[in-house]
Design a protein around this ligand. Structure first.
Ligand code: HGY
Ligand code: MN
Ligand code: MN
Length: 416
């Protein structure tokens, strides 16, 4: 398809104002957002997004996992749509842009095409994927994973949060369980705009990241079982301390990731000890390990080495241990054609750009298994994300949305 003219641009002020309006929904306590999936705040954000899409002339569809699809007609109704989008749910101490820039950047593409009276051949659909973050209900990218056939809908709907609430019940409670069968929609291509969530683009002074690959991931939930006992009167040699086991395994996670450098990361982000009382030796510890690498062999090796070492640590301390994989995807190679559309758009628009591997997981990682997919990234201040202080500039947001607009228009084709 013919490439758009370099003067085809989005409206930066409108995009920024829309981002700030969405940020008012489910505010955090330090300037960011706490709009966790399937909460009332998530529902409020969904209604706000749906209202904007209706005003932009889109027809909304919602599937049985709550994924939202706002469709702008093309001149060929039978042509498979070009999808754009990301997620509106946030971390509990999330930023205003992680995911949200991709959904509202997609809406800005529609609004700009409407302003310019441009009709595309293929329809365009803006998407909000349910539960990308995987914080309240593991794993991450849950609903796009069901859409891509990686999980069954029943398994996904049986996931429970820390309070024992079921995903399926919460989706129904907030009124966003749609009537479309998840996964039935077919795509011509999928593009996701996202903040980098790392320091590379800013450090390299680049406005655009052309995402060629994505890291693979393992989330391993470890449960250690020891014995509750008095922290004062129990002799050291009689203790069966699950908290000590967790500390040793947490250190091992860091060391194993360092042993697999370059391009490997590992940490424990979620940890609970029980009974969590100041003067009780923890008889139980439950925590999640997050290993990632763009290199499948390294990803596998880190998991194998950790499992062997954790078993030994547990044995040394007399602890029971279970390790349950609660999230996984292999490293991702995005579609060459879609990646080229993004790189050429950045070039045409005069934006500095570089190829980059995504450190974070995204819905695009699953959709890429089904349809031609690619991502465009913009920098974020100090590479900070999953933190309420997450920040980007209006210029970075606009550059990313301009590139998204061009990639979409080129792929959807401007109607004659
Ligand atoms: O965990 C991730 O990479 C994503 O932010 N859900
Ligand atoms: Mn995200
Ligand atoms: Mn995130």
């Amino acid at each position: 398809m013919a490439a758009p003219g370099e003067n085809l641009r989005i409206n930066p002020d409108r995009l920024w104002d829309t981002l700030m309006d969405m940020a008012k929904v489910g505010p955090g306590v330090a300037g960011g957002n706490n709009r966790q999936t399937l909460t009332d705040e998530d529902s409020e954000g969904r209604h706000l997004f749906a209202g904007w899409c209706a005003k932009a002339g889109c027809k909304m569809g919602v599937d049985s996992m709550g994924n939202m699809f706002a469709r702008r007609e093309g001149t060929d109704p039978d042509a498979l749509p070009v999808y754009v989008g990301s997620h509106l749910d946030t971390q509990p101490t999330g930023g205003k842009y992680d995911g949200i820039l991709g959904v509202l950047g997609g809406l800005e593409v529609i609004r700009s095409l409407n302003d310019l009276g441009i009709k595309t051949k293929h329809p365009i659909v803006v998407t909000n994927w349910t539960n990308e973050e995987g914080t309240r209900f593991a794993p991450a990218m849950l609903a796009s994973g069901v859409f891509a056939g990686m999980h069954t809908e029943d398994w996904a709907k049986d996931r429970v949060d820390a309070d024992g609430k079921r995903f399926g019940d919460e989706l129904r409670r907030i009124g966003w369980e749609g009537d479309e069968k998840v996964g039935e929609r077919k795509m011509h291509a999928f593009f996701e705009l996202h903040i980098e969530q790392g320091p590379i683009l800013e450090a390299e002074n680049k406005q655009i990241g052309v995402v060629t690959h994505g890291q693979g991931l393992w989330w391993l939930e470890v449960t250690l079982t020891g014995k509750d006992a008095h922290t004062g009167s129990t002799p050291m040699n009689m203790r069966v301390n699950a908290g000590l086991g967790m500390a040793r395994i947490t250190e091992a996670v860091h060391r194993i990731a360092m042993d697999h450098q370059p391009a490997a990361v590992g940490a424990v982000g979620q940890a609970n000890v029980y009974p969590n009382s100041r003067n009780v030796i923890p008889g139980k510890a439950v925590f999640t390990i997050d290993f990632r690498s763009p290199d499948l062999a390294k990803l596998t090796s880190m998991r194998e080495k950790l499992e062997a070492e954790a078993a030994q640590i547990a044995a040394d301390l007399g602890l029971g241990i279970t390790i349950e994989p609660v999230g996984h995807f292999d490293p991702v190679t995005f579609d060459e054609g879609c990646v080229t559309a993004i790189r050429d758009a950045a070039e045409r628009l005069g934006y500095s750009h570089m190829d980059i591997v995504s450190g974070a997981g995204h819905d695009a990682c699953w959709i890429n298994r089904m349809y031609p997919t690619a991502m465009v990234m913009c920098p974020c201040v100090d590479g900070l994300s999953h933190n309420e202080a997450e920040e980007i500039s209006k210029e970075w947001a606009a550059a990313g949305a301009d590139v998204l607009l061009h990639a979409v228009v080129e792929t959807a084709g401007v109607a004659e």
